[in-house]
Design a binder for this molecule. Structure first.
Ligand SMILES: CC(C)(COP(=O)(O)OP(=O)(O)OC[C@H]1O[C@@H](n2cnc3c(N)ncnc32)[C@H](O)[C@@H]1OP(=O)(O)O)[C@@H](O)C(=O)NCCC(=O)NCCS
Length: 382
């Protein structure tokens, strides 16, 4: 094996997989799913159509969509044993920890045995249907209520809002969330998707791959940034507080959540669409404060640093205006990204090779072994 000479820190610039799913055009600020511009999908398609597109590489006909939607809707309920377990978890648990744990548990309750590759599509369908159910059911349970049964007559987004709030949502609110789901469905080899593909490449199963993806999404440098963005806005509390915060944070080389991206050099195209949705959401609720703070923050950041705004920035105020609790923002992201994760796992299985990069060894070499009795304590940390 040839020793690598340089280390691509953070794997920046390394092409680690071929994919037909997302085409991220970082310089141009464009994103396409299976060849379709997300602006068109966001304007005209539903989340269910987007999932179909990602899994089957074609937009569905009406008949195909009807069948697919029925299958997804029928798979939403969680097994009774899983609900019973959920009731035992501490109510102050972080929802992303709950999601990660419950997906693992769903693997235990899945009695369909067989090779991971053969059962993957059925499991993809179940997990895509159930991710939103877990988040909504947990929110009920932690607030001391019995979780509502999912409604098969509502789509993925509307059913989530129904399960969360106990009332059928305003169709405008449901469409806003549906569009956000379309925009978050896939994004090439981001950290969580890479983890999912690496796990799948060992021929481990779909549940295991998704548990890993959820663990990666939780971090504030990835999906957790939407929660962190909203917490910053809530802490600042007014438009006037925004600019001093930006100046102070940048002066100390701090990070402002919702800005920056490994791939985009122009504004994230999802953020461009979400900005319009955030404005619309403010109009629907009559509360413009968070949106105005965000516009101020974006102007203040971009006047000082060439940082693109990313997907998590405006999704924060969109989710907030829909009444979604802040600590459910990242689970809501997961309830959409499950489409992409599962699609990537299926793509990995279809043309698999174990993902196993090299590392450049930079530690000590050729030391003489020291017997236990002769060792002198090394200073900590070593
Ligand atoms: C997304 C992110 C992790 C990409 O990281 P990356 O490609 O490794 O880029 P780096 O963190 O090395 O940042 C490069 C430079 O931009 C700066 N930068 C990047 N994001 C920044 C942010 N959100 N606020 C302030 N400065 C930022 C870094 O400080 C660094 O500056 P320097 O060259 O003067 O040291 C990073 O932009 C970030 O932490 N953003 C905030 C979290 C976030 O919104 N995540 C969601 C991503 S969709």
């Amino acid at each position: 094996m040839t020793e690598p000479v340089t280390v691509a820190k953070g794997l920046e610039g390394i092409v680690a997989a071929a994919t037909k799913l997302s085409d991220v055009q970082g310089q141009a600020g464009r994103l396409l799913y299976c060849g379709y511009d997300i602006a068109d999908l966001a304007a005209h398609s539903t989340f269910e159509e987007t999932v179909y597109l990602l899994w089957y590489d074609a937009l569905p006909t009406q008949a195909q969509l009807d069948t697919f939607q029925s299958k997804l809707a029928a798979a939403r309920a969680l097994p009774d044993g899983v609900i019973a377990q959920l009731q035992t978890y501490p109510h102050d648990a972080t929802p992303m920890d709950i999601l990660r744990t419950v997906v693992s548990l769903l693997g235990v309750y899945d009695h369909e045995k067989g090779e991971a590759v053969k059962t993957a599509e059925t499991q993809a369908l179940r997990l895509t249907a159930q991710m939103a159910t877990i988040a909504a059911a947990w929110n009920s349970i932690r607030n001391g209520h019995a979780p509502l049964a999912p409604r098969a007559d509502l789509n993925h987004a509307a059913n989530f809002l129904y399960m969360l709030n106990g009332v059928e949502p305003d169709p405008r609110a449901a469409r806003i969330l549906d569009t956000a789901f379309v925009l978050h469905a896939d994004h090439s080899l981001n950290a969580s998707t890479f983890v999912a593909r690496a796990i799948a490449s060992t021929l481990s199963d779909m549940y295991s791959a998704i548990v890993g993806a959820l663990a990666a999404l939780k971090g504030p440098l990835h999906g957790g940034a939407n929660e962190a963005t909203m917490r910053t806005l809530l802490k600042l509390g007014s438009v006037e507080a925004v600019e001093p915060y930006v100046v102070e944070t940048l002066a100390h080389k701090g990070k402002i959540m919702g800005f920056g991206h490994r791939v985009y050099r122009a504004d994230d195209p999802r953020a461009v669409i979400l900005e319009k949705i955030a404005r619309q959401a403010a109009k629907v609720t009559g509360n413009y404060k968070w949106f105005e703070m965000q516009e101020k923050m974006r102007a203040a950041v971009q006047a000082r640093k060439n940082l693109p705004v990313n997907v998590d920035f405006y999704s924060a105020s969109v989710y907030y205006s829909l009444g979604i609790p802040v600590d459910l923002f990242t689970p809501v992201f997961a309830a959409s990204r499950i489409a992409g994760w599962t699609a990537h796992v299926l793509e990995q299985y279809a043309d698999n090779r174990l993902i196993r990069p090299d590392a450049l060894y930079v530690g000590k070499k050729d030391l003489n072994y020291i017997p236990l009795a002769a060792r002198v304590a090394a200073p900590h940390p070593t």
